[in-house]
Design a protein around this ligand. Structure first.
Ligand code: FES
Length: 218
């Protein structure tokens, strides 16, 4: 079993929009990723073996230093994976009727997640969100705006993600809003908690089966 990954080691050419925007996100991480940028040195110190990355094997991410409200981004199978430590307030917002009313698929009916994440928080443990950070419209990397704001990045913002390419919005569970270009919620990869503070990405919980390739759209 390997440890966390280093984003600079991802693969993909200049024509790959996901790769392109992921690099843009990294370049802007101080501003765009916000608190998540604090966690980068932590990730950098734990590079996995190159053969592990190439094989797409499960990776373990130590989230013990991830404070409430922060996000880190790791790479698994060449894809950016968002891991968010959600606050109690953020979790409460996910159940707010006003927010739910504005979502396209609030109960995750479309196959964009494993059955064990088909719930209101779209996760194994409500505290930690784990999502593929690729917009389901055309593949850009949504920007993390975790804080409630009256104006930024949009009016009456409850916390979530805004795609920098065409303005699709997602909540802190990766649920897409209605009336935006993106058609589906952000995918949830196979994962489970392999210890109190370790997220193992790429491996289902015992007794569960789910293949990320089975989702409707990445
Ligand atoms: S790629 Fe995200 S809105 Fe178009």
């Amino acid at each position: 079993m390997s440890t966390t990954t280093h984003p600079a080691e991802t693969h993909g050419g200049p024509a790959d929009p996901t790769r392109r925007d992921f690099l843009t996100l990294l370049a802007l991480s101080g501003a765009a990723v916000g608190a998540g940028a604090i966690a980068w040195p932590f990730i950098d110190s734990m590079e996995p073996a190159a053969d592990t990355l190439a094989a797409g094997e499960p990776i373990d991410v130590d989230v013990s230093k991830l404070a409430p409200g922060q996000q880190i981004v790791v790479v698994w199978r060449g894809k950016p994976i968002f891991i968010v430590h959600r606050t109690p307030e953020g979790l409460q917002t996910l159940q707010d009727a006003k927010l739910v009313h504005n979502l396209s698929d609030p109960t995750s009916k479309v196959l964009q997640q494993p059955s064990y994440a088909e719930n209101w928080h779209r996760s194994v443990d409500p505290t930690f969100a784990v999502m593929v950070g690729i917009c389901t419209h055309l593949g850009c990397v949504p920007t993390f705006y975790p804080n409630v704001s009256a104006t930024d990045p949009a009016p009456n913002w409850p916390g979530g993600y805004l795609c920098p390419c065409h303005g699709s919005k997602y909540d802190l569970a990766g649920r897409v809003y209605s009336g935006v270009p993106a058609p589906y919620n952000l995918p949830v990869p196979p994962y489970h908690l392999a210890g109190e503070k370790t997220v193992r990405i790429g491996e289902n919980p015992p007794g569960q089966t789910f293949d990320l390739n089975s989702v409707v759209q990445i």
